[in-house]
Design a protein around this ligand. Structure first.
Ligand code: GLN
Length: 389
């Protein structure tokens, strides 16, 4: 007897979703031996003391489940960091939850908020994990396009989109993929919109919080009292300590929201990895200033990459934040960005991320996203290839 065919009767809950563009482009880059500036990860390691601490804790036998909310020593370090960098007080017991990656924290926050038929506002181009989480909870994503010039948000459009079914607004600053940042004026406007409504919440993806350039400072949603009381803010150790593969982040939310978040989190992954949390707690206690060094570190990379592109035909508007740089290829080609990204990987040996995949309606202009969390020689090599196109 032959086994039944693979479950082709399964009615997909995510019929329009394929493999993420990050996985697709990194795999293609590897297959072609191309310079991989697509998926966002550094080509250098996290601090030695941090990696040593992980080995030490693993060897010392710290290898069983952590508490569901996270190792207390790490939650205390997170509270100290919030105070140090933003002047924000957060209770490690009731307001901070360690998660196996910010993506999991965001998934749990969305799941905690969205009931069938609820609407969630997202801003295009928007990170690809948000909408599937909304859909799986029976919600509907309402996409609002950011400006195609500077990727700002038109809050009047947000105001007119909010209705009695709107349950959630998902923001992301510094913004992946554009690098744009929300400023104080943006967050005040959001605060006034949200506080006029009952039962409207915010998920704020702040994973690139320390990667803000040109003397600007990151505005956290947690600094605005009207937003603080109805927001879930997600952060990432991967971006801050160059350890994306450790998949560890955290969520800060007021006690009532944290309680609902944890109800979901405990059945999605239950906990984050124990020795990783202990290593992070040690490192943060020893090096509390490490995150403050990132802006200069990444600004130098952004500048090197952008300056080296001066003679190229691409349009370059240096990123305000993140470790991503958009290049406008409209002076060069009118191909679809999805096709161009594949062609450049195969023919030019450089991989990037097309941004139309993050949009409900394809943007009019053409942009490709390049990750500049790379060593100097890689940035120069990337720019050299791009200058010849
Ligand atoms: N956040 C990373 C990026 O934008 C990738 C995350 C992932 O691969 N899912 O490139």
């Amino acid at each position: 007897m032959t086994a039944p065919a693979a479950s082709n009767n399964l009615h997909s809950k995510l019929p329009d979703v394929g493999t993420t563009i990050f996985t697709v482009m990194s795999a293609l880059a590897n297959e072609c031996g191309a310079l991989n500036m697509s998926q966002g990860f550094p080509d250098y390691d996290g601090p030695e003391a941090l990696r040593e601490a992980l080995g030490r804790h693993a060897m010392a036998g710290d290898n069983q489940y952590a508490p569901m909310a996270g190792v207390l020593a790490l939650r205390e370090q997170i509270a100290a960091k919030l105070l140090r960098y933003y002047g924000i007080e957060a209770n490690p017991d009731t307001e901070i939850t360690v998660a196996p990656g910010a993506t999991e924290a965001i998934y749990c926050a969305i799941t905690a908020c969205i009931q069938p038929g609820d609407e969630a506002i997202v801003f295009d181009p928007c990170f690809d994990s948000y909408e599937p989480a909304i859909t799986l909870s029976g919600g509907i994503a309402r996409h609002i396009a950011m400006s195609e010039v500077d990727f700002s948000i038109d809050w009047d459009v947000v105001e007119s989109t909010i209705n009695e079914r709107t349950r959630l607004i998902i923001i992301n600053s510094p913004h992946n993929p554009s690098g744009a940042i929300l400023n104080d004026v943006d967050l005040r406007r959001l605060e006034s919109l949200v506080t006029q409504q009952h039962n409207l919440y915010v998920v704020s993806d702040e994973v690139y919080e320390h990667l803000v350039f040109d003397g600007e400072r990151h505005c956290s949603i947690l600094q605005y009292p009207g937003l603080r009381e109805r927001s879930f803010a997600a952060f990432s150790f991967g971006k801050t300590f160059h350890i994306t593969g450790w998949k560890t982040g955290y969520c800060v939310a007021p006690p009532a929201l944290t309680a609902e978040l944890r109800k979901v989190h405990q059945f999605v992954t239950f906990v984050a990895v124990t020795p990783v949390q202990l290593a992070l707690a040690d490192f943060m206690a020893a090096e509390p200033d490490f995150p403050a060094s990132l802006a200069e570190f990444y600004q130098a990379k952004r500048d090197l990459f952008c300056d080296s592109l001066k003679s190229s035909r691409f349009g370059v508007r240096p990123s305000a934040g993140t470790y991503f740089q958009l290049l406008d290829y409209s002076p060069i080609s009118d191909e679809l960005d999805t096709e161009l990204a594949v062609r450049y990987t195969r023919e030019q040996g450089i991989a990037s991320i097309p941004i139309s995949v993050f949009c409900e309606a394809p943007p009019a202009g053409g942009y490709l996203r390049f990750c500049f969390a790379k060593r100097e020689e890689m940035l120069l090599k990337g720019a050299e290839i791009l200058c010849k196109i």
